[in-house]
Design a protein around this ligand. Sequence first.
Ligand SMILES: NC(=O)c1ccc[n+]([C@@H]2O[C@H](COP(=O)([O-])OP(=O)(O)OC[C@H]3O[C@@H](n4cnc5c(N)ncnc54)[C@H](OP(=O)(O)O)[C@@H]3O)[C@@H](O)[C@H]2O)c1
Length: 235
Amino acid sequence: MSSGPTTALVTGGNRGIGLEVVRQLLEQGMNVVLGSRELARGQVAKDRAEFPRDRVLVVHLDVARDQQSHFNDAVNLGVQQFGRLDVLVNNAGIDYDTSRQATTADVAAVEKTFAVNLFGAWRTAVAAIPHLKQSPAGRIVNVSSGYGALHEMSGGAPAYSASKAALNVLTIKMAAELQESGVLCNAVSPGWVATDMGGGGRPIPEGAQSVVWAATLPEGGPTGGFFRDGQPIPW
Ligand SMILES: NC(=O)c1ccc[n+]([C@@H]2O[C@H](COP(=O)([O-])OP(=O)(O)OC[C@H]3O[C@@H](n4cnc5c(N)ncnc54)[C@H](OP(=O)(O)O)[C@@H]3O)[C@@H](O)[C@H]2O)c1
């Protein structure tokens, strides 16, 4: 592992909360691998944001793909460039389906939501974990949602809620299995945030800060938890 700055991979880093997480992690001195579903969109985002060229690597990472090799390739490009991978932010997400109902759902569409919100995060983590284990400060942040919390769940938003609840399960499983390694794995709700997905809500930097908190936890910090703004919230 290189002795250079810590390095983070952010999926869906080309807009919304992901792009702002990239900006805040750079501000903290990290190098960032910016995963983008379409490589060109990631490059445009990097140029527009005027990120330092040598500290951001844009990689093609479409988390809806089902070949593990696509994920391994993206992670390996980042490790080749920066010599290490310390932090994974599973941010990419789709389908805030508040107008739909579980009872009348198009289940094929639900499968597509799971492909991104659950399996994409899962495959990215599987690719990243061997590198995170070599880091003195390995961290995984799964960007979840209050819609995935079982304790206040009712009808509506079926695909989104079920996929985020499943992402929370993945968080608990991985945190437990990574306990010995020192890699901390947490789920974070950014709150309701004014992105394309949110369509309103609080400023993007506030939502992103909720995520960055978990990406930069100190040694001995919490793992296997669900947080918003640095505070535990019920599953
Ligand atoms: N906004 C909120 O109020 C809110 C609340 C709770 C949780 N969240 C969660 O926060 C995360 C970010 O949301 P956001 O509000 O920033 O959403 P957004 O503005 O819609 O941005 C979504 C990001 O995910 C990327 N993405 C979608 N499908 C992808 C794929 N197959 N592969 C790679 N990237 C993909 C998008 O890339 P393209 O540009 O290529 O489409 C985009 O970069 C999501 O996980 C969301 O569920 C948001």
